[in-house]
Design a protein around this ligand. Structure first.
Ligand code: G3P
Ligand code: MG
Length: 382
């Protein structure tokens, strides 16, 4: 009887609305007994900006929430990944940065960024000259994926005199000139980049200097990859995500890569006879959620080495997506379908009282900590 009372208390705190029957309590008790040794049959994908962090500041009790996925010895007991549209540094570096901000041990395997799928394009462009755009170290990201002839747009633009007519007014370019020693790191400099055709452009992370980047991208894309030369067929253009806005430190949302894409596209289409062709990756694409499921299986295997999990069958009964952006995180989880369950918080892009009208989540909570409370109660893990 005492056991039933304890279980009743636990179940009511887990926000399960239906009345629990004694058989449900027994099932719960049975799972409690076995949960410590058996691999969890659920996994969690955390969005980063607006869920765990705003800028570099942890939010919504995120360090406390993540700690609950580890046992006392610091071993991971629940498989989880970071599923962000952000990026700009290799996954291994992002794992270290997140680990120190959130005070947990994070494997590079657990970090899925907007540009992570660019790895799959490596064979196609391995030895070709490619240009990587965005904040952070976009060329280093691509080079770690195996691209052998890649230049950041900063490096690439620096080879062309006067390509940016506004450069002299940009105070920060002095600092860039001081970093020119990094110029040859990600490229086989046998030929002058000005005479090599750019085979593809990758927008890895948010553009820092829209005016220069839009100018140089139009130059590359309109001339078949040879700025200053005649009009030719457009090389392929890839964006790591299509987020119109995201939540950073400022109270209202900031313009994201999707806004930059609209700017490039509108200008390109106004000055060029053929419409811009491009491919955007990142959430809400269903392939991102499919890949996250596969990665979660690998994470599960890495924390339960003594259990063989058959990766060919659908193992997870529930996969939770915790996100702040209805049209990206929640739309993506809804499109991906079973076993995804979407949880929307109010710490980022979404600030509504009820659910979102167009992309309603399965659950709306205030913070990531509340989301984790819900998941652990529902999965009967203390
Ligand atoms: O630039 C980052 C932003 O577009 C989204 O990041 O973590 O909310 O997917 P996140
Ligand atoms: Mg977000």
């Amino acid at each position: 009887m005492k056991i039933l009372q304890i279980l009743r208390r636990k179940l009511s705190s887990s926000q399960i609305r239906s009345t629990a029957t004694p058989s449900l309590y027994l099932a719960f008790f049975y799972r409690q007994l076995h949960s410590s040794s058996n691999p969890a049959s659920f996994g969690v994908a955390f969005d980063i900006d607006g869920i765990l962090l705003r800028g570099s500041n942890p939010i919504g009790g995120s360090p406390r929430a993540l700690k609950r996925f580890y046992d006392d010895s610091g071993t991971l007991k629940v498989p989880y990944v970071f599923l962000t549209n952000g990026g700009g540094v290799p996954e291994s570096i992002r794992a270290e940065e997140l680990g120190s901000l959130l005070d947990v041990n994070i494997l590079p395997l657990q970090v899925i960024q907007g540009h992570s799928p660019f790895k799959q394009l490596m064979r196609r462009f391995e030895n070709e000259l490619t240009v990587a755009v965005g904040k952070g170290e976009p060329a280093k990201v691509m080079s770690e994926y195996g691209f052998k002839n890649v230049l950041s747009i900063d490096e690439y633009a620096s080879y062309f005199d006067n390509i940016d007519p506004l450069a002299q007014y940009k105070k920060w370019t002095d600092k860039l000139d001081g970093n020119q020693s990094s110029k040859s790191k990600h490229i086989a400099l046998s030929n002058d980049p000005c005479s090599q055709r750019v085979a593809a452009v990758f927008v890895v992370s948010d553009s820092v200097d829209w005016s220069r980047d839009i100018q140089v991208l139009c130059d590359i894309l309109r001339t078949g990859g040879l700025p200053g030369k005649e009009i030719a067929h457009q090389p392929p253009l890839f964006f790591a995500n299509d987020d119109l806005a995201y939540q950073a430190l400022f109270p209202s949302e900031r313009l994201g890569m999707g806004a930059f894409r609209i700017a490039v596209e509108s200008i390109f289409n106004a000055i060029h006879p053929a419409a811009l062709k491009y491919t955007s990756y990142g959430k809400p694409n269903p392939s991102v959620f499919k890949n996250a499921e596969t990665v979660l299986m690998h994470v599960l295997q890495s924390c339960h080495t003594n259990h063989q999990v058959d990766g060919r069958k659908q193992f997870f009964k529930t996969l939770y997506m915790i996100g702040d952006n209805p049209s990206v995180d929640i739309k993506g989880a809804r499109q991906a379908g079973s076993p995804w369950f979407s949880i929307l918080t109010r710490t980022g892009v979404f600030k509504g009282k009820e659910n979102h009208d167009d992309f309603p989540a399965d659950l709306v909570v205030d913070t990531v900590e509340e989301a984790v409370d819900y998941i652990l109660s529902k999965e009967c893990i203390s």
